[in-house]
Design a protein around this ligand. Structure first.
Ligand code: VGL
Ligand code: ZN
Length: 213
């Protein structure tokens, strides 16, 4: 059983959004193309309360891109984004949401950020994603979305930790690149723990050849 994990395909990460990722909207078509080829589709949503501590606005005298300590963890400060119930937190309207089986919300705790779909950044609390995948006997996950160097990377690394065979769809991801090279480094970090990296066409092609039904 495999599952496609669509990471944070929300308006605030798209061009024009509060935390816009360059060409972020171009991955929506890739998601739509992959969905018919997998057994299960799960979408994560960054889902912050208004006063989330990852927002620079909550730290007097600090600006976006600076790193602060939050409960003993390094925290990059972001513009206010993906606030619960706002249009910026909605999934892109071109996404074929009919094919999404589950939506997992993360980053809901004001005091701690959660890049990964599985855990908060302190690995203190899990989301329902791990339980869901276990319960559904998922052994393989295909990960894509936004942003490569934050939520996609953390989600893929945790997927490996959960013992899932993990593939990153590189043309289905775009990154922030706060420091030049962050995106390339994060792909290398994922590969180093065993994440397979390929483009959507190759994944579809390979899955088609191994499919028995
Ligand atoms: C993300 C920064 C802050 C992401 C979420 O989806 O990659 N990045 N919150
Ligand atoms: Zn966030």
């Amino acid at each position: 059983m495999n599952a496609l994990i669509l990471v944070d395909l929300q308006y605030d990460f798209m061009p024009g959004g509060a935390l816009a990722v360059t060409d972020g909207d171009q991955v929506v078509a890739v998601a739509n193309r992959l969905m018919p080829h997998v057994d299960m589709v799960v979408a994560t949503k960054d889902w912050h309360p208004t006063k989330h501590m990852s927002f620079a606005s909550q730290h007097e005298g600090r600006s976006v891109g600076e790193v602060v300590q939050l409960d003993g963890l390094d925290q990059v400060l972001w513009p206010d984004h993906c606030i619960q119930g706002t249009p910026g937190a909605d999934l892109h309207k071109a996404l074929n949401t009919q094919r999404i089986h589950h939506v997992v919300r993360k980053g809901t705790n004001t005091r701690i950020d959660s890049y990964s779909g599985f855990f908060d950044n302190g690995h203190r609390q899990t989301t329902e994603l791990a339980t869901l995948l276990r319960k559904s006997d998922v052994t393989d996950v295909v990960v894509m979305g936004l942003a490569t160097d934050y939520c996609v990377k953390s989600t893929a690394l945790d997927a490996v930790e959960f013992g899932l065979n993990t593939t990153l769809i590189n043309d289905g991801c775009r990154g922030v690149d706060l420091n030049p090279g962050d995106v390339d480094r994060s792909v290398a970090d994922m590969q180093a723990v065993g994440v397979r990296v390929m483009d959507a066409n190759r994944w579809i092609d390979e899955s088609g050849r191994t499919r028995r039904d």
